[in-house]
Design a protein around this ligand. Structure first.
Ligand code: IMP
Ligand code: MG
Length: 181
């Protein structure tokens, strides 16, 4: 039995190998940017947890990490616009160099909320590293996101931490989710 046997899954968007290669590059970039500084990665649960663990291991400096959990009100696939803090950080980020690690930028509301929340705590610096951003998000709206792994088409994707109603986070590739067929 393989993942491909499930008809809910559509076309391959990013293979496991393509993801690994890009995550390795991002890790090297983080290491170059934060050499000699204490870097704290903040993963946004649950979507970013797979990316966070791979990114941390691809970054050849001693990073620390913590997680934060947010959710949009409702469980639909369209954001309702309201973001709620579900689990706060354990560490104090005052005067720390912080990189928020997120799975995908869709409307950008989640990241805008998190950025405001964390900036208010006076970190030494705050950047964002997102694995994915949709093509439909204008470049200008992404100017404050320092690292983006891939731009993807405007389709619902699952795998590598991304879900549909909590399913398919465990796929190693990223695929189109096409629903029940
Ligand atoms: P935003 O606040 O609209 O940018 O939404 C971002 C969040 O929506 C992400 O952190 C994901 O949890 C979720 N999301 C957006 N698009 C997708 C998708 O294609 N697959 C799975 N989750 C998604
Ligand atoms: Mg999600």
């Amino acid at each position: 039995m393989s993942f491909e046997d499930h008809h809910e899954l559509g076309a391959l968007v990013l293979s496991k190998d393509a993801i690994r290669e890009r995550v390795d590059e991002l890790g090297e970039e983080l290491a170059r940017s934060y050499a000699g500084r204490r870097l704290l990665l903040v993963g946004v649960l649950k979507g970013a947890f797979v990316f966070l663990t791979d990114l941390a291991r691809a970054t050849p400096i001693p990073v620390e990490y913590d997680v934060i959990a947010v959710s949009s009100y409702g469980a639909s696939t369209t954001s309702t616009g309201a973001v709620r803090l579900v689990k706060d950080l354990d560490v104090d980020i005052t005067d720390r160099h912080v990189v928020i690690v997120e799975d995908i930028v869709d409307s950008g509301l989640t990241l805008a909320y998190l950025r405001g929340l964390l900036l208010a705590r006076n970190p030494a610096s705050l950047e964002v590293c997102a694995l994915l951003a949709r093509d439909t998000v204008p470049e200008a709206d992404l100017s404050w996101i320092r690292w983006i792994g891939f731009r993807i088409p405007n389709v619902w994707v699952v795998g590598y931490g991304l879900d549909t109603a909590e399913r398919w986070r465990n796929l190693s590739d990223i695929r189109v989710w096409q629903g029940a067929t």
